[in-house]
Ligand binder design. Structure first.
Ligand SMILES: [Zn+2]
Ligand SMILES: [Zn+2]
Length: 473
């Protein structure tokens, strides 16, 4: 807006910030120049077509951030909430000041920002183009909450304020040869790191089962969403994927202002499908019904996560985590050892196994005490060896024994936790593909009828630090 005023006054030649940035720098594709650290160009001035001090007093628009308080009703009680708002403000001053202000903006923030947008985008494009079959890109984003709806207006009035919402966490997954969409629905209003990882959990499990070769995760999230760019998220990303057997976790942040991401499209599809169902007469009063209504209607892979699954992830967070300097300016976090992260100001993918030295990565130990103790607990099954040992009768002494249950036609090992007439409650492991299993982060414990217990097995033996082997009785 400052630039457009100066252009209007005939002081500068272009109001386009990209053109102006290029004018200030030796090379707009060079980080040192655009970060205004280049000895040759950092003191360079914009060319003025006429002397701005001759123009005198003028006015222009400017964005300013203001704090405002407003009252919000939360569960019947009025509470004061402080919000920051960015508003357009009219400013008055002389043209010389305006000209100097514009230069200050370009040098302080704008050039850097323009470089970051372009660099992050180009890096991620090259990653996508060169993606290998042991790598996957996960572009994550929250959609706006969906307001649960009833088909009939009358009921809507009746349920009034207790109207519930559904949280939609979307993932677009790129494998070396495929693109898949996921949406995890949840009744929880939380959008914090614990919620993020509880909602990512079923997506990562899907990945383990369907793409067992993948062991490197490349997350992408959009810039302004702060829930992803903080120490709690970094801690969880340095712990959870490793428990599942992934070996590298890499998170890149897009700079604000790059436009809408692909995950936005997933949210829009889900909401449109839901609205169509309500218009046809379906009541969707809760996140759970939203899930049940949509699961057969959409190509998006849908998952449902309860509040208590989020609490369980929350419990993994230590009370205190070290502060990470430069959180606001970092654009990439890499983790190859559980508990330790590397972060840097821009993304680079020239080295996929470890951390390359580009853009001075800094290491932070988030959880020194946990290193070494979170080797993934993967067990390897030995199918087809030994006779089957099905359950003849259900007795109390089955508690604590290992068995194989059949769930949706697939076998899973697990431990019997409780027994009842004709059924056992089994805590099962997740498939890591090719006859390998691991304990999921979110406990998977349900009741199985006697005929769904294929056989009892003896407790799996450890064959090395990473794998344990199971044997049939
Ligand atoms: Zn330069
Ligand atoms: Zn590099």
């Amino acid at each position: 807006m400052k630039a457009s005023k100066l252009k209007q006054l005939g002081i500068i030649d272009s109001q386009n910030v990209i053109t102006l940035a290029a004018e200030l720098c030796c090379n707009a594709d060079n980080k040192v120049c655009m970060y205004r650290e280049c000895m040759t160009c950092k003191n360079k001035s914009l060319t003025s077509l006429k002397n701005p001090s001759e123009t005198g007093i003028t006015w222009w628009y400017q964005w300013v951030t203001k704090k405002e308080e407003y009252e919000k009703e939360i569960e019947g009680e009025k509470e004061k909430i402080a919000v920051t708002k960015t508003v357009k403000q009219i400013c008055e001053g002389n043209a010389q000041h305006l000209f100097e202000d514009l230069e200050k903006d370009l040098n302080g923030r704008v050039c850097k920002h323009l470089f970051n947008i372009k660099h992050q985008y180009a890096q991620l494009q090259s990653l996508h183009r060169t993606l290998r079959d042991d790598e996957v890109i996960l572009h994550v984003d929250y959609a706006e909450n969906w307001q649960c709806k009833y088909a009939k207006e009358v009921q809507q009035v009746h349920f009034g304020a207790s109207h519930r919402q559904a949280t939609l966490h979307n993932v677009v997954m790129y494998t070396s040869n495929n693109t898949l969409s996921f949406c995890t629905l949840s009744p929880s209003m939380k959008h914090d790191p614990a919620a993020i990882w509880a909602q990512l959990d079923p997506v990562l499990q899907f990945l383990k089962v369907n793409y067992p070769r993948v062991d490197k995760l490349f997350f992408i999230s959009d810039g302004p969403t702060m829930q992803y760019r903080g120490k709690k998220n970094f801690y969880l990303m340095s712990i959870i994927p490793f428990q599942m057997g992934f070996r590298t976790v890499n998170w890149s942040f897009l700079e604000a202002g790059h436009g809408k991401g692909p995950a936005d499209g997933v949210g829009a599809t889900i909401k449109r499908t839901a609205d169509t169902q309500v218009a046809r007469g379906s009541d969707i009063p809760s996140a759970k019904t939203l899930y049940e209504t949509l699961r057969t209607l959409t190509k998006v892979h849908l998952f449902y996560v309860e509040d208590d699954q989020i609490s369980r992830v929350s419990a993994l967070l230590p009370k205190e985590l070290p502060t990470i300097k430069g959180t606001l300016s970092l654009h990439q976090v890499i983790c190859t050892t559980p508990g330790t992260i590397y972060h840097r100001v821009l993304s680079c993918f020239c080295e996929r196994e470890g951390v390359c030295g580009c853009f001075q990565p800094k290491a932070v130990d988030l959880a020194p005490q946990t290193v070494g103790s979170i080797e993934p607990q993967i067990i390897e099954g030995t199918s087809g060896r030994g006779p089957l040992c099905p359950l003849d009768e259900i007795t109390e002494d089955l508690k604590g024994k290992w068995c194989i249950v059949i769930y949706e036609n697939d076998p899973y090992p697990g431990i019997i936790e409780d027994v009842d007439e004709g059924a056992v409650e089994v805590k099962v492991m997740c498939s890591a593909g090719q006859n390998k299993f691991f304990w999921p982060l979110i406990e998977d414990k349900i009741w199985y009828t006697q005929d769904n217990v294929m056989t009892l097995i003896s407790p799996p033996e450890k064959i090395n630090s990473r794998h344990v082997q199971g044997k049939c009785n």
